[in-house]
Design a protein around this ligand. Structure first.
Ligand code: PRP
Length: 185
């Protein structure tokens, strides 16, 4: 069970789309000329971001997915990162772009980057839509970040609260309304 809450818009769908165009331009420039780019989405949170991002990247890309988990349904991140689904592709000698929805404590990204680097890609960079630096426990940064955000509990555009709200087209922040939302019967 979740406590009653409402969602306030933090980043609009339009702002996200504009920022993705910028990010894709920078990424396309960085990897210009390559035919060995594999874009790796971290499930489940990055599924919408990666779909929009790859459509703006002006290069041949292969798309693959990896699922790592560091949360349960709770709001706090545990330090244990488990790989629930590994890549289908071998990445040795490839150009790898890891796509993440949010970097919070940094444990997930740290673990995934170390794992993928151990497979000897030619290059490995990270693009994260959101960065919450106030929460960082592991010193890691994405190569490209969409938006730096304050320490708010965010949902939408792929990001869930208790597996809901991933389908919101914008990034919202969760505001708990105890005992009931305004206007509720
Ligand atoms: C969330 C989010 C990031 C990670 C960030 O994933 O999508 O991958 O946590 O947290 P961290 O920087 O503190 O490690 P989650 O494990 O909730 O899985 P999901 O993507 O399936 O929602």
């Amino acid at each position: 069970m979740t406590k009653p809450y409402v969602i306030d818009e933090l980043i609009s769908a339009k702002a996200i789309a504009a920022r993705i165009e910028d990010l894709a331009r920078q990424i396309s420039r960085h990897y210009a000329g390559t035919d060995k780019l594999v874009v790796v989405g971290l499930l489940r949170g990055s599924f919408i971001f990666i779909a929009d991002l790859v459509r703006e990247i002006d290069l041949p890309v292969e798309v693959d997915f990896l699922e790592a988990s560091s949360y349960g349904n709770a709001m706090e991140t545990s330090r244990e990162v488990r790989i629930l689904k590994d890549l289908r592709s071998a990445i040795e000698g490839r150009d790898v772009l890891v796509v993440e929805d949010i970097v919070d404590t940094g444990f997930t990204l740290h673990h995934v980057v170390n794992l993928l680097k151990s497979r000897n890609p030619a290059r490995l960079e990270v693009c994260a839509l959101l960065d919450k630096p106030a929460r960082r426990e592991v010193p890691i940064r994405a190569t490209w970040t969409g938006f730096e955000i304050p320490d708010e509990f965010v949902v939408g555009y792929g990001i869930d609260y208790a597996q809901r709200n991933r389908n919101l087209p914008f990034i919202g922040k969760v505001r708990f309304t105890d005992p009931a939302p305004e206007g509720a019967a």
